[in-house]
Design a protein around this ligand. Structure first.
Ligand code: SF4
Ligand code: SF4
Length: 170
């Protein structure tokens, strides 16, 4: 299966279901979209969505973040926008923020993204149990499904180490 179609299906889980039943962007003037051009990591294979749709509001580059799969070094892609996008095409990272997947004792769990602590009122104040339960469930289900792929799981191990590293600062 082309990974673009898998991601497009997963995106639909977050078209209507968001962290809270209200528009949290009104709390913070969409702080997570007003970043300092730090970009957002795409998950493995997600860049194919944008090769397919070719939107003009996103640019995608190789990041410095790598992981190893089958003895080969793989480079994680990073996406940049200008603070505006087509909501129905936004990357998975934007859809699940301020939560993120995390491997705990080899199992996929959902945690508050430590990167959110600096920008997001929800990430600063809430625990995972405080979010819309459907949202948390959809995040978990999406990553349980993605992690059935061995390369994605290899990525997730490295991503978990990356989150641990960031988490030391918060
Ligand atoms: S996820 Fe956080 S930073 Fe983004 S719009 Fe909602 S409250 Fe603001
Ligand atoms: S792609 Fe959209 S949702 Fe993601 S940071 Fe940019 S404007 Fe915000």
């Amino acid at each position: 299966m082309n990974s673009a179609y898998l991601y497009l299906q997963l995106y639909r889980l977050f078209d209507e279901i968001t962290p809270m039943p209200v528009d949290c962007g009104s709390l913070c003037d969409k702080a997570c979209c007003q970043g300092d051009d730090g970009g957002m990591y795409l998950f493995p294979g997600e860049e194919r969505v944008y090769q397919l749709l070719k939107p003009d509001w996103i640019t995608i580059e190789d990041s410095d973040f790598t992981y190893t799969f089958n003895g080969k070094k793989k480079t994680v892609k990073i996406a940049f926008c200008k603070g505006e996008c087509d909501r129905y095409q936004r990357p998975l990272a934007c859809r699940i923020f301020p939560l993120t997947p995390y491997l705990k004792d080899g199992k996929i769990t959902v945690i508050t993204d430590p990167r959110s602590k600096a920008v997001c009122p929800l990430g600063k104040a809430l625990e995972v149990k405080d979010y819309d339960r459907r949202f948390v469930k959809n995040v978990k289900n999406a990553f349980v499904l993605l992690s059935k792929n061995a390369e994605f799981l290899a990525f997730l191990k490295e991503y978990t180490s990356y989150l641990d590293e960031i988490g030391r600062f918060f």
